[in-house]
Design a protein around this ligand. Sequence first.
Ligand code: C2E
Ligand code: MG
Ligand code: MG
Ligand code: MG
Length: 291
Amino acid sequence: RAKAKSRGSISLFEPEMDQQIRDRRVLHQDLSVAIRNGELSLYYQPQATSGATVATSEVIGFEALARWQHPLRGFVSPADFIPLAEESGLIVEMGQWILREACREAASWPVPLQIAVNLSPAQFMHGDVVSLVHSILLETGLAPDRLELEITEGVLIEDFDRGLALLRRLKALGVRISMDDFGSGYSSLSYLQAFPFDKIKIDRAFVMNLGRNPQSAAIVRAVIDLGHGLEMSIVAEGVETQEQLSFLSEEGCDAVQGYFIGKPFPIGKYATLVGRSDGDVIVVEPARKTG
Ligand code: C2E
Ligand code: MG
Ligand code: MG
Ligand code: MG
């Protein structure tokens, strides 16, 4: 294909490109009405302490993950529509909806359970994220220490000073901040030193290769030590096997998230979270039908 292109047969590609551009335009229009039409929803994926087995791993909270059920196309991945929403500015409205919906849901959970919400770069850097978080906490009654905001380090590259100021103001509200996808991008140790993260989420790519390649094991081990040295807690993303869980548990990783622990699911529709009175066991029960 690349060869054909370099020979000047570029016209072959134009209709395809055109189609892509039209496609994006249509998808963008669809996205702008998706919230109003109730096509957007949140799934929740458990985060648990890293026990030796799933049975001994205790659920400590959930990460909210956006889902778009398009009326004609079916499921559209957030990896596709979040960037689209960013480009078009729709992310502001969408991000507000996501944060409000996640906090409202979490406010009904047993108290120790926490909610993690992803903030996109545009949402973080260009909106008034501090007053948004503040007003949604007031509105939903969710205690600030039950909310965790996930940002990727790329967000902070754009404007170091503004990024730092925003993180400090968010932390002053009492919410926690985690660095998502650590190790996947422009990860630099200076970010860990400069920014007051509470948590590091080790990117799935490293976890995936645990047991397959010794380098990944060395990196994961080092990130756990590094994070602990900085008084940050560590979550491993994308845990899919018992072998990975065992490794993370033995290395003292604080928490785990991944298909092996639980896939993202729509809590409101299918389940109710119930906390036992001893406070340390959380059970997910089938939703009770109301009304
Ligand atoms: P993320 O924040 O790093 O979320 C983790 C992604 O890994 C999720 O994909 C989750 O479903 C997937 N995952 C979890 N466990 C496993 C596993 O064991 N194996 C594999 N293969 N995958 C696993 P998802 O839901 O498709 O989201 C992709 C990305 O889209 C997220 O990455 C996040 O960056 C973004 N995103 C999702 N929801 C939101 C949102 O509400 N707001 C913003 N700003 N971004 C969002
Ligand atoms: Mg995340
Ligand atoms: Mg991640
Ligand atoms: Mg990711």
